[in-house]
Design a protein around this ligand. Structure first.
Ligand code: SF4
Length: 243
């Protein structure tokens, strides 16, 4: 099916977070898909992202075109403040509000501006089964009927779904690349600096590496009376780092 979509001239969009999975996915796709059929999109979460994300992406995608998009109406922290609560793993409004919707909007714009793709698009994400039981249940390749409208034919594909964490790092090393600096800083995952689904160890490391942003999260927790951690305890308690 993928070979067929390549032959039909589909646009392959790389959803790039700057994390290791996006990087390994890009390495795999660049071996499969002609460069003129590829586009990289990064949803920029601004102040809540790791430093150097965009520079890291640029340094690892060669000549592929890159679009950096964002929610033009509100930031992640605005969203939390307005709702008076943090997103939860079961209601990840942050993902749709700050990432998926802005990226899908850019894809629609790009397809409109580039009629040579005939509205045919494969939206690629670096989600892996090994990340969590919930992710292991995802379908690695599917047509998205809800986006296949207005002359578009839209597929979602998870090209590295079966890779282990070790295989991801090995693929990056084999390509002569290095992952984002935050991994060497001690993070096991790279998403928002403070992710609602992060482990205690990652929250502690992130707080130590980003004290100013950490203070803003702690202050926001106190202001809205709601904590972001899955443990349902205030960040200061979870990390053991007082502000
Ligand atoms: S990285 Fe975590 S906090 Fe950030 S948007 Fe994704 S799920 Fe939400």
């Amino acid at each position: 099916m993928i070979e067929n979509l390549i032959e039909r001239g589909a646009l392959f969009v790389i959803n790039h977070s700057a994390g290791k999975d996006s990087q390994a996915m890009t390495i795999r796709l660049r071996k499969l898909v002609p460069a003129e059929q590829m586009l990289v999109i990064h949803a920029d979460l601004g102040e809540v992202e790791w430093r150097g994300n965009i520079e890291h992406i640029k340094s690892t995608i060669g000549d592929l075109p890159l679009i950096v998009c964002r929610n033009e109406n509100r930031t992640f922290l605005d969203m939390v403040e307005q709702r008076g609560m943090w997103p939860s793993p079961s209601q990840r409004q942050c993902t749709s509000d700050q990432k998926r919707n802005p990226i899908e909007r850019e894809i629609r714009r790009y397809l409109k501006a580039k009629p040579q793709f005939g509205g045919l698009v494969v939206n690629c994400m670096g989600i892996r089964a090994a990340e969590s039981p919930a992710r292991s249940k995802q379908t690695p390749f599917r047509k998205v009927d809800g986006n296949s409208l207005g002359g578009r034919e839209w597929y979602n594909w998870l090209p590295i779904f079966e890779l282990s964490t070790e295989e991801v790092f090995a693929a990056i090393a084999a390509a002569g690349e290095v992952p984002h600096w935050a991994y060497a800083g001690g993070m096991s995952r790279l998403s928002c600096v403070f992710c609602i689904m992060a482990s205690r160890a990652d929250l502690r490391t992130a707080a130590a590496l980003n004290p100013d942003l950490y203070r803003r999260y702690v202050e926001l927790e106190k202001r809205i009376g709601h904590t972001m951690s899955m443990e349902r305890r205030p960040l200061e308690e979870v990390t053991g780092i007082p502000v």
